[in-house]
Ligand binder design. Structure first.
Ligand SMILES: *Cc1c(COP(=O)(O)O)cnc(C)c1O
Length: 424
């Protein structure tokens, strides 16, 4: 493809106006929205209003008058529209790690009651580490076993020992997307429950939790939902499960009547019991602005239209890189049906400095170190996330061209690009 052809795709793109919602520094090609989404233009004014008026002037009254108390549900209902959940089924609270602890614990309680002989949590070896750590700690606490397998070994691991299948829908390193419907059905047929992490899915790929037969789900607010650094996360339980057990972090915001101040815990009906403490109002206000940027695509075809553009962007970038950078290997799947919204490449030696040199050229991707404990996951990854809300086809084209120039010039050898920083 030529650069002019990429520009022509942008001129014909019905989603192109959505980019106007964002405050993108000029000249920057931002391919890291899968790690921290871009700042929406509406966020600063909205947060300032919450700070100056709702907090500064109205003070404590704002819990009622400004709807602070309802923010977890209100923003939750908006996210629900993006993941195939119903209104009142999903709330925003805490972090992804903490929400995983709640739902995995509830799922294990259900399994303990219904299928007490099942003692295994099955997950993927290349799952995001925090998910594995949370599962490891719960397994230790409850006398379960965490069993880690490769993706192609999952069906065989769904046996009479499996209590819960815990997966991240789109893998953070490889960009590979699981077939949620097929695996949920397989798990259900095997008598196991499913917990899905949607960190790299919500706002990036269509998800239909009900149709796909999920039991529990959680996800992240600061990636494709553009909620800002450390934005609160979300949690969903299928309505038929939501009231079966207490989640373990029984705080007062999950009580049926917090302002009765009664000494005994009585869980709120439905998903509200998955709240724990006081909502982070400033962060929720920012997250709502971010979620609104995704919902703005609804009149233009919504998640289905965003998905079509995302696939076209990742395909363009992967094709250009494969044609012009022979030292790089495509790690993310070529098959559209198996690819999330990111392109992952590997380089045998110099992935880290190449990413740094690209950042020096204002093309921001990131680096994910290989997992040396396991041969299949050992390669270092250059990772590029494509957010169709604010990326143009010409950005994908230019990023591939910059990558070619970095590799051909050898500028990645400069010492400043080889200093490993704390956050990669
Ligand atoms: C980003 C991400 C998280 C982040 O969890 P935090 O609690 O927000 O730090 C968790 N799981 C997956 C799969 C992720 O991609």
């Amino acid at each position: 493809m030529t650069r002019d052809e990429a520009l022509a795709l942008d001129a014909a793109d019905a989603l192109a106006p959505l980019r106007e919602q964002f405050s993108l520094p000029p000249g920057l090609i931002y391919l890291d929205g899968n790690s921290l989404g871009v700042l929406p233009k509406a966020t600063a004014a909205r947060v300032q209003q919450v700070v100056q008026q709702e907090w500064g002037v109205d003070l404590i009254r704002s819990w009622n008058t400004a709807g602070w108390m309802d923010l977890p549900q209100r923003v939750g209902d908006k996210i629900a529209r993006l993941v195939g959940a119903g209104p009142g089924e999903l709330v925003v609270a805490d972090s992804t790690s903490v929400n995983l602890f709640k739902v995995l614990s509830a799922a294990l309680s259900m399994a303990q009651a219904d299928t007490p002989k099942r003692k295994r949590i099955v997950s993927e070896r290349s799952n995001f580490p925090t998910d594995l750590y949370i599962a490891e700690s719960l397994a230790r606490e409850r006398g379960h076993e965490l069993v880690l397998v490769d993706a192609d070994e999952l069906p065989a691991a769904l046996d009479e020992h499996c209590a819960v299948l815990m997966l991240t829908h789109v893998n953070y390193r490889s960009g590979r997307m699981h077939d949620m419907a097929a695996l949920s059905r397989m798990a259900a047929d095997a008598g196991a429950l499913t917990v899905w992490d949607l960190a790299h899915s919500a706002g990036a790929v269509p998800v239909d939790l009900h149709t796909d037969g999920a039991d529990f789900a959680i996800g992240c607010g600061y990636k494709y939902l553009n909620g800002g650094p450390g934005a609160p996360a979300f949690v969903w339980a299928h309505p038929r499960h939501a009231e079966r057990f207490w989640q373990p972090l029984a705080g007062w915001m999950g009580h049926v009547a917090p302002f009765e101040f009664s000494p005994g815990y009585r869980p709120a009906p439905g998903i509200a019991r998955y709240l724990c403490g006081t909502p982070a109002v400033l962060s929720l206000a920012a997250l709502e602005c971010g979620v609104d940027t995704v919902l703005a695509a609804e009149p233009l075809g919504g998640m289905a239209a965003l998905r079509r553009k995302s696939l076209a962007l990742t395909r363009l970038f992967a094709d250009q890189v494969q044609a012009s950078c022979p030292s790089l290997t495509l790690v993310s799947p070529r098959d559209d049906a198996q690819r999330g919204s990111q392109v992952c490449l590997s380089h045998p030696q110099v992935a880290y400095p190449v990413v740094q040199a690209l950042i020096g050229r204002s093309v921001i991707g990131d680096f994910r170190a290989g997992d040396t404990s396991h041969p299949a996951g050992a390669v270092d990854i250059l990772r590029f996330g494509f957010t169709p809300l604010y990326l143009r086809f010409v950005d994908a084209w230019d990023a591939a061209e910059q990558l070619r120039q970095v590799l051909e010039s050898g500028e990645w050898q400069r010492p400043e690009f080889n200093q490993r920083q704390a956050v990669t």
